[in-house]
Ligand binder design. Structure first.
Ligand code: CMC
Length: 425
């Protein structure tokens, strides 16, 4: 598989070190640096800016061109023609399903949406004002205490069952977090509804009357799930792969992904966008916040802007912006003051030299936060919704990792602490 070679000379070493170079189907070639260890050298790449940590067939991103492909299919085409569960199938299996395969997949997911009744008691242990992500980390990890029958990670069927369970149960758990926080009874899933409609029912329904999901909002919800489904080796997915590399059970690995996602530089950004818009409060205050974002002495950043990989535009943000307009029109709230601030901020940032020069465009979370707020989802649930959407990406990567020969992940370091010294008695 090594098509080419890289040659490295290092001061103090006589020999030129030859390193194999591999080409993927798309994207930059990678230099296999493993022979360096034999020469007493490590590579140094904090933040994994230029390190390919694995080989993968699931998702491809070209950040410079704003391209995102799942199984080779552009995200814009999937968003237009497909739906979340179909994309789940694609991520798990590498191919889009036939109509029969899709029907079977959807029906299998539907048959796994309920949560073990005993799990309800877990929620009672939390304060009602706990952050729902804190509850999610705990209850997702707790799934491993209930579903022992499918924990053999070397068994392909067990891995598949775990994937079904996770796809099916995450919306139920997410909605339970919300219902618990407002003191309302949990809603059992409904099999007559589709995935997104069922989630809205579990979030906003109550036992006293039948909930009728708004089709425009359900479609927007499905699009949010779909656009967040996978994003190759981001921080949370890499966390899941690393946790999985130790042989930890899948539910524990996904819980580690939920934890990694929570940070504001990653999945917490959609919540941070709304908090920032509230803090700005008025269009008149925007220039001050823009100045703060540009000030290198100030840690404040414009939330929902910029991306490690996309240096042109985020293709998901384009679709999300369109969905955002549809939702606002459906709900007749185009004049919401918060949205006005968001639109003005977007316009100023797109024109300001600081942002233009650094290629800081609105990312997917800028618009998804606005849509979720319009749908009536509380801000602290935003990252939970990202977690439920990304679960398919996490479990697909976890499964891919275990489907081929693998090694425990163990990064090295550049040690700059004290050299060996003696303890003085
Ligand atoms: N506001 C102001 N300045 C920014 C921002 C921002 N949002 N993002 C980057 N910069 C500046 C940064 O200060 C740096 O400037 P300089 O070159 O003068 O030092 C330059 O742009 C490059 O930034 P960086 O920190 O090297 O970029 P990164 O790749 O390490 O960070 C990021 C990427 C997403 C963490 C960052 O852009 C950020 O913090 N954005 C806000 C949080 C956010 O919206 N995150 C969601 C990402 S999309 C969802 C997901 O995939 O998780």
């Amino acid at each position: 598989m090594a098509d080419k070679k890289a040659r490295l000379t290092v001061d103090g070493l006589d020999d030129v070190i030859e390193l194999p170079v591999y080409s993927g189907t798309e994207g930059p070639d990678v230099i296999d640096v493993r022979p360096l260890t034999g020469q007493g050298l490590f590579t140094y790449d904090p933040g994994f800016v230029s390190t390919a940590a694995c080989e993968s067939k699931i998702t491809y991103i070209d950040g410079g061109k704003g391209v995102l492909l799942h199984g080779g299919y552009p995200i814009e085409q999937l968003a237009e023609n497909s739906d979340y569960l179909e994309v789940c199938y694609l991520l798990l299996n590498g191919e889009l399903p036939t109509p029969e395969q899709k029907e079977e997949f959807v029906s299998t997911v539907k048959r796994h949406t309920m949560i073990h009744e005993q799990m309800n008691h877990f929620f009672n242990g939390f304060r009602r004002d706990a952050h729902p992500m804190a509850i999610m980390v705990a209850v997702v990890g707790a799934l491993s205490a209930f579903y022992h029958d499918s924990l053999d990670i070397d068994n392909a069927h067990h891995r598949e069952v775990c994937a079904y369970r996770l796809i099916a149960k995450m919306p139920t758990l997410a909605a339970m977090c919300y219902k618990y926080s407002i003191g309302m009874p949990f809603q059992y899933p409904r099999n007559d509804l589709n995935y997104a409609e069922n989630f809205l029912h579990m979030m906003f329904g109550n036992p006293c009357e039948e909930y009728k999901p708004n089709p425009v909002l359900a479609k927007a919800m499905d699009k949010i799930f779909l656009l967040h489904a996978d994003h190759e080796q981001n921080a949370s997915t890499s966390t899941v792969r690393l946790a999985g590399s130790s042989g930890a059970n899948p539910f524990a690995c996904i819980a580690s992904g939920v934890a990694a996602l929570w940070g504001p530089a990653h999945g917490g950004a959609n919540e941070a966008v709304l908090t920032m818009l509230e803090e700005i409060g008025d269009e008149a205050n925007i220039p001050d916040f823009i100045e703060r974002a540009k000030d290198p002495e100030d840690s404040f950043r414009l939330m929902g802007f910029g991306h490690r990989v996309y240096r042109n535009f985020d293709p998901r943000a384009k679709v999300m912006k369109q969905t955002c307009d549809e939702v606002l029109a459906e709900l007749g709230i185009e004049n919401d003051p918060m949205l006005k601030i968001a639109k003005r901020l977007e316009q100023i940032a797109l024109e300001d030299e600081y942002f233009v020069k650094r290629k800081l465009y609105p990312n997917v979370d800028f618009y998804s936060g606005i849509i979720l707020k319009a749908i009536g989802i509380p801000t602290n649930m935003f990252t939970v919704i990202f977690a439920l959407s990304r679960t398919i990406g996490w479990i697909s990567h976890w499964s891919e990792f275990h489907s081929s020969p693998n090694k425990i992940g163990r990064p090295r370091q550049l040690y700059t602490g004290p050299s060996k010294r003696d303890y003085k008695k």
